[in-house]
Ligand binder design. Structure first.
Ligand code: MIG
Length: 754
């Protein structure tokens, strides 16, 4: 195999902001997307059209560069890209010349056959975070990874690859931050100094171009804002999808679904969602219902609605080969399925038996798929769960010569699931008449946040998996995915009541709060664990509902700026070494003000690292100084959760579902601190897209310890809050300060002295 390096520069041209550099072997395109974002694309043969599944922005029409004898320098307000001409290398600096990331001087970018690789210099103190759903530590230094979407059933906490591909990481060194998004859908590889004796890091792919976006913003938050500007942000989720979700493979009949839902109401355990896994279908045929066990889907869903439950149903990509089955007939007639190069349709076995696989890369197929959801939306299904879309088939490995339109399988495998989620989301959105669909997908690629929430697939019912799951959620948050979750309780295996209670209490602080288990496992509903445990589980679920106003406002941040709801401490405490300590690396901020320390179920006490600042335990208001490790009690009734001093958290009284109007009381909790703080409270109807036309209620809450004042700004937006009264609760303000004040919710600025 021949090693091809980037030869010497032959010509440089500026084409409306695109800098084209030709060498005898390759062509390089440099584009600027903003002061902190520069794209480099090196190719041996550029496609006519520059297309991406992830990126939704265009490059700027102008670019500043100058040429010297040895270099080409591209500058923006914030960045300097210095390209060495011989040998050809790409090096990035801040505007004032500090090195952010440089090519390895010896190897840089090169090709080995079809494979394209970039070798980069490692800085001594360099750390890496990101890549989304990947095993290992928060700091990825010393690890290597493969992106190849895989149905990783029965995975362990060291399995790689898993289900999703997010070829985006953030580098941290010398007090500086940068990000790199390798937008290449082929099987790809990332090595953060694992196999090079600490000499260099490298990434590459089996095919395609060396196409990457370099982010030079300072601060992880700013990099996330840039990355999600480039690849999109989530819409506001339906409020009901933030409630408690009960799943099972499977509730086998309409009767069982209704009985389970009714039990929540009988026992006054709040919940919003119940699921139908694959057994609701007729022979696992997508978009059908089993006539015997689900004879009247609409009747069942209507009944669920009367007790304020929503239904989410699963769909898989595999379409059963069966004449007379609508999706099969139409798919064959229109050539909508993946095929071998000789035109024969590709066949593989999944749940329904022999199947064909829709070509979700084709817009017409996506449209067709989207329309088929009438079979689900007509009876009243509100949420659409996309499974098996790696794509999975028995035997895993789909032959490489299978074609999806013009693309061979290896080129598109990593985006197949995302395109299925896209088709599902667009289809459901059209059918739901201005209501927001909830879509949940297992396979994903960068940009999936625009269409869908994700869960981390088939985990196991162990403490180890619970902690691992938290790392996955935190890491997914570093790649634009805010609406994420794990199977709470673990998919495979049975667990102790203690672990169920603990995991559920962590679920309160998981963006997607969904309890799920595999066929054959013991049932997992809250009442299966004895009276005492049920009471704890219930109380925790109630806490989730109390926190919903805060959580919803947290999702508004994701929608606005790409900041995830579950945030590894590396986002705000980037250069604090303790954050990366294996003992504390699972800790995270849930929204702006809560710090959560996941704890295994047997532990009666926990060591918690509190970063700089003052903190209060949520359950007791006991105050702690930050910048130290503390040991605190962690009984099953009380997960270690802390509020940041100055924290602002909106809560409501318990409701049994988000469908309940509630008592109209919004409780605004503030914890005393020496520094000023601000929080944007956000509310809308939680259901429709009217917020896009101004139908929201938004106000900034300011805590100002110097002025001794809490201010609620005047309301922005036209929506009427569902809360008629606001109650201010002051924590840690000492004697003499009235702890609770109450006032009618009005739209003017409100200032309260303390
Ligand atoms: O081959 O639909 O990850 O959540 O319950 C297993 C049955 C297929 C895998 C999913 C899991 C789901 C299960 N599915």
């Amino acid at each position: 195999m021949q090693l091809e390096i980037l030869g010497n520069t032959q010509t440089i041209t500026d084409q409306n902001g695109k800098l084209l550099i030709k060498t005898p072997q390759m062509e390089v395109r440099i584009m600027v997307y903003g002061p902190t974002i520069i794209r480099i694309c090196v190719s041996k043969n550029f496609d006519e059209v520059d297309s991406s599944f992830a990126v939704i922005q265009k490059s700027l029409a102008e670019l500043q560069y100058k040429e010297t004898a040895d270099t080409i320098e591209v500058t923006t307000l914030a960045l300097k890209l210095i390209i060495n001409k011989t040998p050809f290398r790409f090096n990035f600096y801040t505007a004032d010349g500090q090195a952010l990331s440089e090519d390895d001087e010896r190897f840089g970018v090169n090709w080995q056959g079809e494979r394209v690789i970039n070798y980069r210099k490692l800085v001594t103190d360099e750390k890496f975070i990101g890549l989304g759903e990947k095993y290992g530590n928060l700091n990825r230094r010393g690890s290597s990874y493969v992106n190849w979407n895989t149905d990783a059933s029965e995975h362990t906490i060291t399995t790689d690859p898993l289900y999703k591909t997010f070829p985006f990481f953030i580098g941290l060194h010398s007090g500086l931050t940068y990000g790199l998004f390798f937008d290449n859908t082929h099987k790809s590889y990332f090595d953060f100094g694992a196999t090079t004796g600490g000499q260099m890091s490298w990434f590459g792919a089996d095919g395609g171009d060396m196409n990457y976006y370099f982010f030079g913003a300072q601060g992880v938050r700013n990099i996330l804002a840039d990355y999600t500007w480039l690849t999109g942000r989530m819409e506001m989720p339906p409020l009901w999808s933030l409630g408690y979700q009960q799943c099972r493979w499977s509730y086998m009949s309409a009767k069982e679904v209704l009985a389970i839902a009714a039990k929540f109401r009988e026992r006054n355990i709040p919940a919003d969602v119940i699921y139908c896994d694959i057994d609701y279908m007729d022979g696992f045929k997508i978009f059908t219902w089993n006539k015997k066990t689900f004879p009247d889907p609409k009747g069942m869903i209507d009944e669920l609605k009367t007790i304020s439950f929503r239904l989410v149903t699963i769909v898989d990509p595999g379409i059963k080969i069966e004449k007379g089955y609508k999706q099969y007939d139409e798919g064959v007639a229109n050539n909508y399925f993946a095929a071998y190069p000789n035109g024969e349709l590709y066949t593989a076995e999944v749940w329904p038996g022999q199947c064909h696989f829709p070509d979700f890369l084709n817009a017409e197929v996506r449209e067709w798929w989207g329309k088929a959801f009438t079979a689900l939306t007509e009876p009243g299904v509100d949420g659409f769960w996309n499974d098996m879309n790696e794509p999975a088939a028995w035997g895993q490995n789909i032959p490489w010569l299978v074609k999806f339109g013009e693309h061979f399988m290896p080129e598109i495998r990593n985006v197949y699931g995302m395109q299925m989620a896209r088709a599902t989301y667009n289809g459901a959105k059209k059918l739901l008449n201005n209501k927001r669909p909830f879509v949940l997908t297992r396979a994903a690629y960068s940009g999936t946040q625009r269409y869908s929430a994700v869960w981390t697939g088939d985990n196991s019912a162990t403490d180890e998996h619970m902690l691992f799951g938290q790392r996955l959620v935190n890491s997914l948050g570093l790649t634009g995915m805010s609406f994420t979750g794990v199977d709470i309780g673990g998919f495979m295996g049975n667990l102790t009541p203690e672990l169920m209670v603990r995991w559920n209490s962590l679920g309160v602080y998981t963006p997607l709060f969904r309890n799920h288990s595999a066929k054959g496992m013991e049932y997992r509903e809250p009442w299966r664990w004895g009276t005492k445990n049920e009471a704890i589980i219930k109380k925790d679920i109630e806490l989730r509902y109390q926190l919903l106003p805060y959580i919803y406002s947290g999702f508004y941040q994701s929608h606005q700026s790409g900041l995830p709801l579950s945030r590894t401490l590396a986002i705000d405490y980037t250069f604090d070494e303790n954050v990366f300590d294996e003992k504390y690396q699972n800790q995270f901020l849930f929204g702006d003000s809560l710090l959560v320390a996941p704890v295994i179920s047997p532990a009666k006490t926990a060591d918690v690292y509190l970063p700089a600042g003052d903190w209060y335990r949520l359950s007791s208001d006991k105050k702690f100084r930050g910048g130290q490790v503390i040991n605190v009690p962690s009984p099953l009734t009380n997960l270690p959760v802390f509020v940041k001093a100055g924290g602002i958290i909106h809560m409501q009284n318990v409701v049994q579902s988000t469908n309940e109007q509630g008592d109209g009381l919004l409780m605004l909790h503030t914890w005393n601190g020496s520094e000023a703080n601000e929080f944007v409270y956000y509310e809308d109807d939680g259901l429709t897209y009217d917020y896009e036309n101004g139908a929201f209620y938004k106000r900034t809450i300011r805590f100002d310890p110097r002025k001794r004042e809490i201010t609620l700004s005047a309301v922005e937006g036209s929506y009427l809050s569902k809360y008629s009264t606001i109650q201010l609760h002051l924590h840690g303000f000492g004697r003499g300060v009235k702890a609770v004040r109450e006032f009618a919710n009005n739209r003017k600025q409100i200032s309260i002295a303390f």
